[in-house]
Design a protein around this ligand. Sequence first.
Ligand code: ADP
Length: 540
Amino acid sequence: MLGGMQHWPLRIMRLLDHAEREHGRREIVSRYAAGNTERTNWRGIARDARRLARALERLGIRKGDRVGTLAMNHGRHLVAWYGTIGMGGILHTINPRLFEDQLAYIANHAEDRVLFYDQAFAPLVERMKSKWTTIEHYICFDPADGSGPSTGLGTGFEELIGVESDDYRWVEGDEREPAMLCYTSGTTGNPKGVLYEHRSTVLHAMMEISTDCLDLSARSVALPIVPMFHAAAWGLPFAAPIVGIKLVFSADYTPSVMCDLMRSEGVTHSAGVPTVWLALMQYVDGTGSDLAPLKVVTIGGSAAPRAMIQFFVDRGIRVGHAWGMTEMSPIGTVGAPPADWDLFSREQQIDYIARQGRVPFGVELRIVDDVGAVLPRDGITSGRLQARGPWIIERYFKDESGPAAEPDGWFDTGDVAVLHPDGTMQITDRAKDVIKSGGEWISSIELENAAVGCPGVAEAAAVGVHHPKWDERPLLLVVRKPGAEVTPQAILTHLSQHVARWWLPDEVLFVDSLPHTATGKLLKTALREEYKNYKLASAA
Ligand code: ADP
């Protein structure tokens, strides 16, 4: 028996319809790579998405076909998202920072038929073209001369949609139909595709605007620093239309450009990985400029160091420390301060924000041991973190090896975590990054975070290297701040105030830079490889 209420499929295009109808005049501002700023609004995005949907049909694209994008954040990219999904296509955002063989693999695996790309990536597109076997149409978002293509690779975006009317009705269908495809960056093996649905995306978006998540409202002006190709810019382009957020995009990540844009457009909310915040913090510290009127920043993708949290809190900016992954649409947890944190000292509050937050409704978490037995949420025991919920993966795209989750929904995240009795979750490490010393685990994340709290340290990475007695011991690789003369001894002294004695790195080495993944995280696999034969003096 069914209930007596209406069936209103949770389709993504209803988000845009709502924004067009109810928040049509709220602006979408884009600063393009060439330095020009363009302004449109939700009405303009909806109109252009309908024109693009028509254009894609004219190119012969059909429901279920994949349409790729290789682009930074801007309004035309947003139009491409909604236009593709609106005509029943599956939007596939491609991370341009991937290695070329991964780029070849994912576009071919996705069987993309169209590629929208930024002029800045034209040389990459030229190189890749012969390796991409399914792409029939290349469309440049921002051709150099402002209208037509400059590379001989196909049409310009405005030219493509310019000839279309906006008379179009979105393709309808079941709410569980696919809408978007994102590949994990695959630090080992081939990247894997995660196929988001209309329903999962809408539910995630509805959750995301809430006060305890990203705290978005009709008054918010949001600048997603997280790229649209990194787990759908953490869902912001889908959450934004619900309350008619003014969106500000920048294809240019130079800190001065970002800061100017934040001030001139009145940005209140922003989100990004620690690496980009680090660059912004250094710029703000160096120039004395301020971040007003920023109110809430969401930091995720890798652990937010305490010093970074402190930086924002000192400026009266709320930090939402978020944890998630491409397989989770991506939000799994996010930290908003519950009432009892008000009673804590400033130091304690930062300790709590440094954990990875709490689940919103829609996510369940548990930790298990190596044989799958569920472990207590006691704030002490750590185990493999598993998650389930309506926006969490069931199976990877075209994966013959079977479901990614257990039959009852539990998906193993590959992270190791502690669950605290108050509901906060604390990532101790990625399962493959923990340093195993004498049968016990040392958290590389905690060592790194403690190290960047030491004056003079810009960035740090802890890796386990072989030790004949202990199996592995930590080696700390440190990038010093420009001009800083901090010594290994000073770093060890600082660390000893924050971690157990037996966790202290056996050695500290200074390096000029550390390798990062395509989404801006420390590339631990490369570091482990580089230092795999490193001989610690303590091992002699
Ligand atoms: P990838 O970079 O592998 O493509 P994701 O961006 O989906 O994929 O990364 C997900 C992983 O990033 C998580 O499993 C976790 O290890 C790590 N991560 C994300 N947010 C945090 C956080 N706040 N603290 C620590 N680790 C995090």
